[in-house]
Design a binder for this molecule. Structure first.
Ligand code: ADE
Length: 492
């Protein structure tokens, strides 16, 4: 089995699954050991002497039903091999399930073991489903001859989110996906083909104009081809207008929308509740106390409905909520039963120009005159990173950021002198320098590097700093970051 993600498929057609997954990128990932896929033949578990797995339906009706016993025993043969500390889900692929989407792929990718159950004939005896299934998922409103293709679609979409499955070039494609907007048109050589010319702006080398043109094209295309998505895009644009009334204080929510990661959970007048599609963190902004409180109430009711609907599925992931008005803290405690874990100011780099790097590090990855160089850290460097990190987020969180390719390190020779990363919610942080390297501009170099990096992605760099963190405060001021007037409140 793989370190990363293990897929198990309970099916009557194991060869169909294995033929599908052993090619292309999933095949490469299996060879590398970042994922594993096993197909378990349900027929091997039947106690029927003719190897039958199906029978007539009680109450009549067309077609045959898969019986509970072979399905259950096939499931048990897989489940008993899985250690109890591995996070697991059991997915029944069925046209009656919740429609599969990118957000669901991201949610499922957070597990260690995924068991897919593929039905055939008219379905599976309800009693075994009740006993083993945690999620019912459909890949669309059409009926396939069996669940195998649906399971393969999901395995493909989930695998590419498992750290290490895509190489750098391939994952860069994901970065450019813009929330609720379709991809813009793209062109490769030659410049002229069938008398059609590549749009002039793409040859200009002017990245700002290129980004602007691509956004316009994405908007036009989405309006035409996916009016449903475009409506969501417009709704978020109108939230953006409200949030921009106080740019520094709301920078996290503004950037969530601009980076295409925001899901609008609810809106009451000028008050807004967003969810980060990546991390699941909730962001609450209250334009006035009344609508802000109503929005929390609305979420509380929705949340109860969600728990009722999925109650048996045991999703107990911790949920974080960030409040942008102090007066909401007591309401949130009361309505949602959350507790305050910290309060911080937002620090924002508001300029478009990158910071100067001379004397800090070099762009070609070679050491600067001081000997310092910076690069992205890999999973293999876990021990070195954890030996430096002593912050509030905890070792398992930092490891997760490392796994997702979001940690960077400053080195002198082979020695890691300091680290900094991009948090799950998109803010910069986790900056720490090894005591023996203090006073050598390591922190300044790391923060400059990360600010310039995220500017190159078209993002506005920001971080969150607690009031008593004087060292960080001074560094942010020296790099020209502006501080929000009010604090934000992290609730759990
Ligand atoms: N089995 C048959 N049709 C299906 C669908 N659309 N999605 C998931 N599983 C299926």
């Amino acid at each position: 089995m793989a370190e990363g993600m293990n897929f198990h498929v309970l099916t009557l057609f194991p060869e169909m699954i294995m033929q599908g997954v052993t090619t292309s990128i999933t095949g490469r990932a299996m060879e590398q050991g970042t994922i594993s896929v096993e197909a378990v033949n349900i027929r091997d578990f039947t106690k029927n002497k003719h190897r039958k797995v199906d029978d007539y339906t009680y109450g009549g009706g067309a077609g045959m039903l898969m019986q509970a016993q072979p399905v259950y025993d096939a499931y048990a043969s897989v489940a008993e091999k899985i250690p109890s500390d591995r996070k697991k889900r059991v997915i029944y692929v069925t046209p009656q399930g919740t429609p599969f989407c990118q957000a669901m792929a991201e949610d499922l990718a957070k597990n260690d073991e995924l068991i897919f159950l593929c039905g055939h004939y008219e379905g599976i005896d309800e009693r075994v489903l009740e006993e083993v299934v945690t999620d019912y998922v459909s890949i669309g409103d059409y009926v396939l001859t069996g669940g195998e293709l649906a399971a393969m679609v999901m395995i493909d979409a989930i695998s590419r989110l498992v750290p290490g499955v895509l190489n750098n070039e391939e994952s860069a494609e994901t970065e450019s996906f813009h929330g609720n907007l379709l991809e813009y048109p793209q062109y490769s050589r030659p410049k002229v083909w069938h008398d059609k010319e590549v749009p002039e702006v793409l040859l200009s080398g002017n990245t700002k104009n290129i980004r602007k043109w691509r956004l316009e094209q994405s908007i036009v295309r989405t309006k035409e081809r996916r009016p449903d998505l475009y409506a969501k895009y417009e709704e978020l644009q109108s939230c953006l207008e409200v949030l921009k009334k106080n740019k520094l204080n709301n920078i996290d929510m503004i950037e969530l929308i601009q980076r295409g990661r925001a899901i609008l959970i609810g809106r009451r007048g000028g008050s807004i509740l967003l969810k980060d599609a990546n991390s699941g963190v909730l962001f609450h902004y209250a334009d006035d106390p009344k609508s802000g409180e109503e929005l929390l109430q609305l979420y509380s009711e929705q949340r109860t409905a969600v728990v009722q609907q999925y109650g048996s599925q045991g999703r107990t992931q911790e949920v974080y909520l960030i409040l942008h008005q102090q007066e909401m803290v007591s309401h949130a405690k009361e309505i949602l039963g959350v507790e305050e874990i910290m309060s911080c100011y937002q620090k924002v780099y508001t300029r478009k120009e990158s910071l100067p790097i001379t004397g800090l590090y070099r762009l070609d990855g070679q050491p600067a005159d001081s000997g310092l160089f910076i690069r992205k850290l890999g999973q293999a460097e876990e021990n070195a990173v954890l030996s430096i990190y002593t912050g509030v987020d905890g070792a398992s969180y930092v490891k997760k950021c490392l796994d997702h390719g979001n940690m960077y390190g400053a080195f002198f020779g082979d020695e890691l002198a300091g680290i900094m990363g991009i948090h799950e919610d998109g803010s910069l942080g986790m900056l720490q320098v090894k005591p023996s390297f203090q006073g050598r501009k390591v922190a300044k170099a790391l923060e400059t590097y990360l600010i310039n990096l995220v500017i190159s992605w078209g993002w506005i760099p920001y971080g969150q700093v607690e009031e008593d963190n004087e060292i960080s405060w001074r560094l942010q001021e020296s790099l020209g970051l502006y501080t929000s007037k009010d604090k934000i409140y992290w609730m759990r």
